[in-house]
Design a protein around this ligand. Sequence first.
Ligand code: ADP
Ligand code: MG
Length: 323
Amino acid sequence: ESVANQISAGEVVERPASVVKELLENSIDAGSKNILIEIEEGGREKIRVKDDGSGIPADEMELAFSRYATSKIEEINDLYSIKTLGFRGEALASISSVSNVVIKSRTAGELQGTKMELKGGSVLGQVPVGIPAGTDIEVTGLFYNTPARYKYLKKVNTEFGHISKIVTREALAYPDIKFTLIHNHKEVYKTPGTGKLIDAVYTLYGSEIASNLTPIDYEDRYIRLTGLIGNQTISRSSRIYEVFFVNKRVVNSRTLSQGVEEAYHGVLPGRKYPVVFLNVVLNQILIDVNVHPTKREVKFSRDGIIKDVLKKGISKTLQTKDL
Ligand code: ADP
Ligand code: MG
């Protein structure tokens, strides 16, 4: 079985938010400084992602939409050493096969850009277009040709909720990029792109959350914790204020959630939910290789050590700070 097929297990496009995630990751990989995300009707009508990144040259545009043509991996082991967010070369192919896509792109070296249209994965045409350097992709009619998928789309607000969660987390992971999120022609937020996590948190979560955070920078047993952690827990029973990055990738992790919650319970007993924007940098060998890296849920091979470092790092940081 080819590596490409091993990797294709599990579909890329589950709902509008999956499209947004893939397009955002491409824009980030392209070195963009400004990314505009324009959504209509929770993504059911339209998903547009426009960036000022490296762009796609005219003669590579069609290739970008063919499955695995751009795969950056030779062997399954390579997966864990990849620097870009994308590596499977299947996102654009998958997205375009279940929607209508209009893409415009220009590299800095080209005099003019290229506009290409696809419907259900087939290229309808390609024409020159005058645009600034970067890429502008518009996806409409998502799942128009897969009624079973279409039927399972949830209400506009639910789908938009998933989208905004994706954009928010990427905006936290990349505070040096300006993210503008628009829904139904209204600006939801625009991050300042200062490179400071606190500035992104302020825009995304508001001043009440942002003004009660302490920086953390702790290292133990080759595990480094950086980011911002709350001086107080909050009573809202939700984990939307627990955001984790492992080696710069946005992840969900039971180990990290439990570790953080236990740590807070030790220092601030009683109320339950901590606020943490935590970047965990560790050696790839601690990440469980049985869980495929395209999955957001990350598992560790040495859970106990990681929890222990979290507890020490968090309690030390909170105790040093005068609460
Ligand atoms: P992957 O990201 O896994 O390589 P994708 O299907 O997401 O696969 O994208 C295919 C290729 O198209 C990418 O490898 C990249 O070369 C190009 N590409 C896609 N989106 C952009 C973008 N916004 N800016 C520049 N290049 C892009
Ligand atoms: Mg990609």
